[in-house]
Design a protein around this ligand. Sequence first.
Ligand code: 26Q
Length: 820
Amino acid sequence: MDTVSKADIPLPKPRAFEPEVLAAEIIEKLTYAIGKDTKVAKPHDWLTATILVVRERVIDKWMEATRAAYVANAKRVYYLSLEFLIGRLMRDAMSNLQMMDEIKEALASLGVDINVIAGLEPDAALGNGGLGRLAACFMESMATVNIPAYGYGIRYVHGLFRQQMAEGWQVELPENWLAHGNPWEFERRESSYEIGFGGGVETVNNSSGEDVRFVWKPSERVIATAFDTPVVGWRAERVNTLRLWSAQPIDPILLDAFNAGDHIGALRESNKAETLTRVLYPADATSAGQELRLRQEYFFCSASLQDILRRHVQHGNSLDTLPDKVAIQLNDTHPAVSVCELMRLLCDIHGMDFDAAWDITWRTFSYTNHTLLPEALESWPVPLFERLLPRHMQLVYAINAKILIEARRQKGMNDQEISKISLIDESGDRRVRMGNLAFIGSHSVNGVSALHTELMKETVFADLHKLYPTRINNKTNGITPRRWLMQCNPKLTALIREAIGDAFLDDAEKLTALDAFADDKAFQEKFAAVKRANKEQLANLVASRMGIRLDPSAMFDIQIKRIHEYKRQLLNIIETVALYDQMRSHPERDWAPRVKLFAGKAAPSYHNAKLIIKLANDVARVINNDPSVRGLLKVVFVPNYNVTLAETMVPAADLSEQISTAGMEASGTGNMKFALNGALTIGTLDGANVEMRDHVGEDNIVIFGMTAAEVGKLRAEGHNPRAVIERSRELSQALSAIATGVFSPDDRGRFGGLVDGLYNHDWFMVAADFDAYAKAQRQVDGIWANPTDWFGKTIRNTARMGWFSSDRTIRQYTNDIWRA
Ligand code: 26Q
């Protein structure tokens, strides 16, 4: 066996990219990997064969990167996230490998249309929204800027539910992205770890009777098995790994129950293990507090940390150097139990003393916060945490004691301040605060936009910020310009190249060269033609899926994102109703024809969000059937919003709705996608909108409404929404139409509760901001009426959005936090 040293085994010759070679290989895969004759192959077989051919080019680069990282023993970055909202991968891989044209030609020579088979690839939806999509953009950017990085997450069998409409109501159906197998993943049976739950902790004493070691004896164990997906950077600069864990029962053959003849009992165990990674939790802003969720979190953290330590030690490193070789980024608090798990592994498994382990732990971790919403801050009841993770509960208390004693002795904090930084919330039933655990267990805590970071310091983390005044820092989010410009908008990409050359492909900030063309008549016409073509594509999609015809010369006004009260889809719908009234009352005015498009999913248990979807559909039905506004106003709620749908909707938008209540949207990233693709933004001074205004210039964005400070003040003083509503004729009429059943004749009271909420408390300032919003919309109409003005502004948006590339964000994480 060992007659040849492994070092002498030659590498395979890298695969070629010529269309003729690719075509031959596709046939080869169809025959020998899929076992199909070209005569009987289904479109799906062609897709799989094509992916397998692309995949081999990916693997060549992947091996190269893995070898180089091994030799360099450089610092590695680990991005821990419960969510990766990836979308489709084939076009991304082909485009980043620069083999789009070649594959297209190869398939054409075989009589296969690339667009037909590309449309069959499932959209990997292992995430809810912004946080999950950010993780996916970061994976691509880390490969692009050549950072040795691994993403760690869960291989959910079912991603985010599919949304269907039943008479305008959202219905959730199971998503099944693995139904046809997944050619992008590689199962790594050898990378498997045991994960425990429950049981108790035994103490080992030394000869003088002191506790020296704690041994956790779990009552349940499952196996975590790795599935690896390669992530290709731009121009295949580097290929990194996304490692997703799948839960498996411990070999059922070996189970005692099985030996005793209890087949059913043994298989029940195995069923239970697999339940762990079966489904993604579909809530994006409330912590459900379900035991299964905590099990998922711990399962994936433990597997990831065991894997990270194994790799570190395998490279001959000592655990003392962990923070020099390893940076672990926690994507929100969802992986915060990692802080305890690393402490457990260092102390209990590797025999390190508590203080040394703590020093290594907080220097290794960093934490990103994505929300200020109190209901979204994770905390777990102490009894649940203790029952599931008894050793980790002990460690929470030990860490808490260390930190609280320091705070008291060195910073002289009083009882009230101490109670706010404590890892245990004592205010009601006792709970473990995951935000405080992540904060205390990290050397860096970052927000995702400048405004959000400042609000973190003033609100959720005010007391911890006092204790650690240098820990909080800002890293404004970004988006990958490969997926969100080059791939989703090839026509605009071609036009930009024609105008300013190729430099922006490698450095998005070079888009500023386009500024010089903003007022150029000929360029504006070409820009308008590209937008028009993209709108035609969206119109075709809406026609074929919903049977609704859209006029591509109307303004496409789009709001697509999760449905949430703070995002204020309701504000948009109410203004649409008011506009409808105005158009009918004043048919003589020169109305700008509009198509109002909505899309987004509601958490299945979020009652008001589901009602907002129904309202959008009810309003759409009435308006679209009213001949008096035909050609002037259309309303469409496009079902089943996902990454793939966004890739068609974003390039087709004229107007981007970013209208959250100020102070509530941590950053937003959809806002960036639209502006980069030449839409005008109507938005509040919230999240990254603030920085977008700074970059595109205040003349090139329409800002309205209260500021975060004004919202805070009004809430503190207590405002009177009823008086506000009564003062606005447009608003009261629109609300009364909605509340009295004009849009819901089959159930006139349907929206009474929704409207009452606005009259009674209006927490999200829908009424308070209405007039400003309506006025801003008329300002948009004015700009639209003057195409030179409109395209001047939208071209400047594209030109000035380069800073919002996630490559910039990743460089900032690398320089300031990871030091990789
Ligand atoms: C928590 C506990 C139990 C179950 C689910 C959750 C959970 C899951 C997902 C809580 C929150 C989320 C997602 C949050 C999210 O997407 N936040 C968004 O993050 C984006 C990226 O930073 C920002 O741009 C958005 O502003 C922010 O809302």
